[in-house]
Design a protein around this ligand. Structure first.
Ligand SMILES: [Zn+2]
Length: 231
């Protein structure tokens, strides 16, 4: 292999590993941030579900109280009719009819409120499960970072000086080219597979291929700028 290619490869191998480690570390941190956001959302949903249940329960209690009042009222009016003590019989009859209509309506509302309470209880149970899950996810994400943080930092601490040494050893003419390749987030080293570049599929001329295979010269792919490796 041509010496330029060896020098580039030494830098590239370090950079590629550094990229992987940094991406892993960022991914672990991102997972924690996402889990924290999910937990906050689950907390808010839980509070809302608790409040919704309290509201519907209060409405149900109020409805029950009103229903009790109307029922008592109808009973006493009916008693006056039955015992002949109503001052105005027709008016008392009309009042019973009117109270009965209101009682029907309150009973129907009561049935809907009972269903509403059940739905709110189910929603609250679901919100509690979601919050529990969010807590577990955050704990797992935190544990994942904790277990990988030190090894990642340690490995980076070992690679960075190696990378520095490889960079110093790299020919000055190649540095801007390599830097440019990194800036474009392209692989620095590519393979020629079936006479085309493995990164961008640009045709690799036969003479270039032969030069690279024989280690006579370092060539860059004319498409993506990657240095061609011998197969
Ligand atoms: Zn290419």
């Amino acid at each position: 292999m041509h010496q330029d290619l060896v020098a580039i490869s030494n830098v590239w191998q370090c950079d590629a590993r550094i990229d992987v480690l940094k991406a892993e570390h960022e991914g672990l941190n991102r997972a924690i941030k996402e889990a924290e956001a999910a937990l906050l959302a689950a907390d808010a949903a839980l509070t809302a579900a608790q409040s919704a249940l309290a509201t519907v329960k209060a409405a149900d209690r109020a409805n029950t109280r009103e229903l009790d009042d109307y029922t008592k009222n109808r009973r006493s009016t009916q008693q006056m009719i039955d015992t002949g003590t109503a001052p105005d019989y027709a008016a008392a009859q009309r009042q019973v009819a009117s109270l009965s209509a209101r009682i029907d309506s309150l009973e129907n509302a009561g049935l809907e409120l009972i269903e509403g309470v059940e739905r709110a209880q189910e929603a609250l149970a679901a919100a509690e499960r979601t919050r529990l899950q969010a807590t577990a996810t955050l704990a797992a994400a935190t544990a994942a970072l904790k277990s990988r943080d030190t090894p990642i930092r340690k490995e980076l601490g070992e690679i960075l000086p190696r990378r520095e040494a490889a960079w110093v050893a790299l020919d000055a003419d190649l540095k801007p080219q390599y830097f440019d390749q990194r800036r474009k987030k392209k692989r620095a080293l590519v393979l020629s597979i079936d006479r085309t570049c493995s990164q961008c599929s640009t045709f690799v001329p036969p003479q270039v291929y032969l030069d690279v295979e024989a280690g006579r010269e370092a060539h860059r792919c004319t498409g993506c700028g990657g240095w061609l490796l011998p197969t």
